[in-house]
Design a protein around this ligand. Structure first.
Ligand code: IPD
Ligand code: CA
Ligand code: CA
Ligand code: CA
Length: 269
């Protein structure tokens, strides 16, 4: 896609993201039917499906040659990231949507031949839209996000990670991870991977690591974090594959090596 085409897709996608978010806000207090998927805590609602369907129908009509990877089953089954691919999570943080009615996001990443070109993370209830185009910086609404602090000290970092890292887990020795959380300044868990990426891009969190995320959880976030000088790899510093699930580490490069060499790789099982 050339620049003009990309700008057109960006504006169109932005319009759809805002429209989908407004539809969710308008119905936020309506009664919910909550179903479960892989386990009792893996929730899905009609709002997740309707929001995904909203995007799929519009993309297929306006851009019939584009492909879609999405969570709730209306997308395409892709074996490669060729052409223009929209990677969509209609509601990231469904548990927050159901239990808290806030702290969830719409996440849309648009890739060309595997390269992230456009990212949107929309914090629906806060009405805050994080966006980026490759090479053009990242924004929170209309305000440009600043480059990440290159001098950030590991001991002063705030990391996004959940308690599973500190319990017996399949990836890393929990004792090593307990040392990590005691060494950094603090930790946070928001419950929406997309919003955790947005927090890293905004520099209000210095890194976010998680054990098992799908492409739609991270596709937009990768583009946005890249634009402020952040990096995203798997938990061990290796490249992400957007056609499968990955462990994920997105962070300020100033602290990345400390996390990977001294903790995840060192404590790897
Ligand atoms: C989930 C959220 C959550 C993360 C889970 C994801 P969903 O996405 O991003 O923060 O810990 O691994 O599956 O299912 O609410 O879209
Ligand atoms: Ca889900
Ligand atoms: Ca998700
Ligand atoms: Ca979701």
């Amino acid at each position: 896609m050339n620049r003009e085409q990309r700008d057109g897709i960006f504006q169109q996608a932005k319009e759809w993201v805002l429209e989908a978010g407004k539809a969710i806000r308008d119905k936020i207090n309506d009664p919910l039917t909550v179903e479960t998927k892989s386990d009792p805590n893996d929730l899905v609602t009609a709002m997740d499906r309707d929001t995904e369907y909203f995007f799929i129908t519009r993309i297929k009509e306006r851009y019939p040659e584009h492909f879609i990877i999405s969570e709730e089953g209306y997308g395409d089954e892709l074996q490669a990231l060729e052409g223009t691919v929209w990677i969509i999570d209609p509601i990231d943080g469904t548990m927050n949507f159901v239990h808290q009615k806030r702290n969830f996001a719409i996440s849309v990443g648009i890739y060309q031949d595997g390269v992230g070109e456009i990212g949107f993370i929309y914090d629906v209830m806060a009405d805050q839209l994080y966006s980026a185009r490759k090479g053009e910086g990242a924004y929170k609404n209309d305000t440009a996000l600043l480059p990440l602090d290159k001098q950030k000290h590991f001991q002063e970092a705030i990391l996004g990670l959940n308690h599973f890292w500190l319990c017996d887990n399949r990836l890393v020795d929990e004792k090593v991870m307990q040392h990590l959380v005691k060494t950094v300044r603090g930790t946070r868990t928001y419950g929406s991977a997309a919003l955790e990426f947005a927090a890293v891009a905004e520099g209000i969190m210095d890194g976010y690591m998680t054990m098992d995320l799908a492409p739609w959880d991270i596709a937009a976030g990768i583009v946005i974090v890249n634009e402020v000088g952040g990096r995203t790899t798997n938990a061990f510093g290796k490249p992400i594959n957007l056609l499968q699930k990955n462990s994920v580490l997105t962070c300020n490069p100033a602290i990345m090596d400390s996390i990977v060499s001294h903790y995840t790789v060192k404590g790897r099982k």
